[in-house]
Design a protein around this ligand. Structure first.
Ligand code: BTN
Length: 129
């Protein structure tokens, strides 16, 4: 295994949400699917697409990135930004922060429509053997 941190693959976070990220192209662009474990709504959770970019400048081994999730079961949008790290045990980990924008019915409710938080993602391995 190399010491390069790669976004491609399956990840799970501290809330139990899962995401799958496809190949990162030469321009740093990627797409994937997000399955959240939690929701601020009362709607039934559905898989939702994500689109992002990885910073490829200087070919850093622990790149920064950002992606947007376009929720397909609510009117909300989440943006995540973070960095792909190799931790002390050699394990890849994504340290992120997010902004979740909910849809406000009235401009006077704008002030309370954005939540903020952090998530830590580790690789999801399907257990073989
Ligand atoms: C919604 O509730 O309108 C859509 C789902 C939002 C899920 C949020 S995004 C930030 C946090 N991290 C997760 O994995 N899920 C929640």
């Amino acid at each position: 295994s190399s010491s390069q941190c790669s976004l491609t693959g399956k990840w799970t976070n501290d809330l139990g949400s899962n995401m799958t990220i496809g190949a990162v192209n030469s321009r740093g662009e990627f797409a994937g699917t997000y399955r959240t474990a939690v929701t601020s709504t009362s709607n039934e959770i559905k898989d939702s697409p994500l689109y992002g970019t990885q910073n490829n400048i200087n070919k850093k081994t622990q790149p920064t990135f950002g992606f947007t999730v376009n929720w397909k079961f609510s009117e909300s949008t989440t943006v995540f930004t973070g960095q792909c790290f190799i931790d002390r045990s050699g394990k890849e980990v994504l340290k992120t922060m997010w902004l979740l924008r909910s849809s406000a019915d009235d401009i006077d409710d704008d002030w309370k429509a954005t939540r903020v938080g952090n998530n830590i993602f580790t690789r999801l391995r399907t257990v073989k053997e």
